[in-house]
Design a protein around this ligand. Structure first.
Ligand code: MG
Length: 258
């Protein structure tokens, strides 16, 4: 009887251990978009200084990505000609035609780009002038009309999307041009595909600091957490977001490789 009592628990242990090997671990619960969004504290509003009407021209060593004439430096994401609309020295998102990206690929760079939310734009939160700039085609710096339009702070203008909110809200009004100056350091990778050094970004909007050498944690996902994916040089990609508000415009885009 004593022997039986002793053996029984061992048998139970063996059975449980076999069951554990047969049973797969449960999948994590699916994430929802709102799980990676937070609304407070809202960054302080800083009114930018008045800019001159004329755009700042590219410096002598920059590669001009758009000079007001054509989209010859750009394609859609399939490598076909970019279908966005060039007019009056600017280009405007043509909704439904997809993102556009530079033909050339980049590592570390300084990028200057100007964008304008159309006057009279309607919509709220993320559905109001949504676009974005994907650094190396991977990491989105958000573009949105955040002039008197609140949204989750890690998705507002100048955020690293769903990661880091901007230090302040430095929006010009719809109808006025905004500038972004972006200084980007590409990541390096270990043999196992994880970051040896993560990507980093500094961002100024209208001359005001929004991101100060901020570490980018991984891809900027709408649903779920950032992912680390090994990659090399990549394009500058501009987002055709598909929100129902009027499309935004861009001008005067140039880049200096570092
Ligand atoms: Mg966006």
């Amino acid at each position: 009887m004593k022997a039986t009592l002793f053996i029984f628990p061992i048998g139970l242990l063996l059975t449980n251990s076999l069951k554990a090997q047969e049973t797969k671990y449960p999948e994590p619960a699916p994430m929802r978009p709102a799980m990676t969004e937070y609304w407070q504290p809202q960054p302080k509003i800083v009114t930018p200084g008045k800019a001159s009407e004329k755009a700042i021209e590219a410096p002598s060593d920059a590669l001009v990505l758009f000079d007001g004439r054509d989209l010859s430096q750009w394609t859609n994401t399939k490598g076909e000609p970019a279908a966005w609309t060039v007019h009056d020295g600017v280009f405007t998102v043509k909704k439904g035609t997809g993102d556009i990206q530079t033909k050339q690929l980049f590592n570390d760079f300084q990028l200057h780009i100007e964008w304008r939310i159309p006057e009279g734009i309607e919509g709220t939160s993320q559905a109001r002038g949504n676009s974005g700039i994907f650094l190396q085609g991977m990491y989105e710096i958000q573009i949105l009309d955040c002039y008197e339009n609140e949204t989750y702070v890690n998705g507002q203008t100048g955020s690293i999307y769903k990661q880091t909110p901007p230090l302040v809200n430095a929006m010009n009004k719809p109808g006025e041009w905004n500038t972004y100056d972006i200084i980007y350091t590409a990541p390096t990778f270990k043999k196992d595909g994880t970051y040896r050094t993560p990507p980093r970004v500094t961002l100024l909007q209208n001359g005001i600091l929004l991101q100060n050498n901020t570490t980018i944690l991984g891809t900027t996902e709408y649903i779920g957490l950032p992912k680390v994916k090994e990659h090399g040089a990549g394009p500058i990609r501009l987002q055709d977001h598909g929100d129902p508000s009027a499309p935004i415009s861009f001008r005067n885009i140039w880049i200096r490789e570092l």
